[in-house]
Design a binder for this molecule. Structure first.
Ligand code: PDD
Length: 279
């Protein structure tokens, strides 16, 4: 039986409940974090925790977790209760339960739900995925991991319906990121390029780790935005996220990348991130 952590209690799926007056339900007023784990070991936990605190502070939502040790204890217990050895942890926090009113009170305690899901089967994507592009219609604070994901889910669904893995968002001619992942190319000079950390993208944990690995491997990485025209001339492309770590991108719209084969730099990064995770 699946177990959910809800505001201090471990509840079975049918008993896990949140009020109809939850501000997350009424206003998308909340944040979340997604952490992957392998053999019960949390991957890049510190980075995810820091980002969660940053998201909460940005929205002035008080933290229901007094420290990271407590969060870790809850997660470990949840993993045991769910008997899922490897998977993903979702931490959902909203501004709490209150009579519907745009104006909120600082006194309302936040709602906290934590649950885990088993690893997704993504082997078919390892050989490379196709990406489409569309206009970035999201708000001006994409750096906050907000539960308000409407433009993301709509564009991800279009991608899915049309046989693509992801939709890369275009703002002022530049690719910002995907709906669930960060976007990269290896440009014609052999440098990795990705949109700079800013309010226009989520600062991905995997993105940070990939940048670290590239630097260590002496691969030049420039946090500088790229356009569709840069994609036409690029040597490789890839995307990163907690759920997939890194995936080669072999086609963007109708542009074939590296003759639809996995590139050398993508392979080096994949090898090294797997090494880092698996020890
Ligand atoms: N999404 N950009 C967006 C818009 C994302 O939603 C995500 C993660 C990323 C990558 O961030 P990270 O490497 O920290 O996972 C970038 C996850 C997978 C999700 O919400 O399902």
């Amino acid at each position: 039986m699946e177990t959910y952590y809800v505001n201090g209690f471990y509840e079975t799926r049918n008993n896990a409940k949140i009020s109809v007056e939850d501000r997350g339900f009424n206003f998308s007023d909340g944040v979340y974090e997604l952490i992957s784990y392998l053999d019960e070991n949390l991957i890049f936990f510190e980075k995810h925790y820091s980002r969660l605190i940053k998201s909460l502070l940005s929205l002035k939502i008080s933290s229901p977790l007094s420290n990271k040790k407590i969060l870790k204890l809850i997660i470990k217990r949840l993993i045991k209760l769910n008997k899922i050895k490897s998977g993903y942890i979702y931490i959902q926090i909203t501004r709490g339960t209150a009579k519907r009113n745009h104006v909120y009170s600082k006194e309302t305690p936040p709602n906290l739900v934590i649950f885990c899901l088993p690893l997704r089967k993504i082997e078919e994507f390892r050989r490379g995925v196709k990406v489409r592009t569309s206009e970035d219609l999201r708000w001006g604070r994409c750096d906050i991991k907000s539960i308000s994901l409407l433009p993301n889910i709509l564009d991800k669904q279009i991608a899915f319906n049309q046989g693509y893995y992801e939709t890369w968002q275009i703002k002022d001619n530049y690719i910002t990121e995907g709906t669930t992942s960060n976007a990269f190319i290896v440009d014609k000079n052999g440098s990795i390029r990705t949109y700079p950390k800013s309010k226009h993208i989520l600062g991905g944990v995997t993105r940070d780790v990939i940048i670290q690995i590239a630097k260590k491997q002496n691969i030049k990485i420039i946090e500088k935005a790229f356009t569709l025209n840069d994609i036409k001339w690029c040597k490789e492309a890839f995307l990163t996220s907690t759920t997939v770590k890194i995936l080669p991108v072999i086609k963007v719209n109708d542009i074939k990348i590296n003759m639809m084969k996995i590139g050398e730099i993508t392979e080096i990064l994949t090898y090294n991130i797997n090494k880092k995770i698996n020890g």
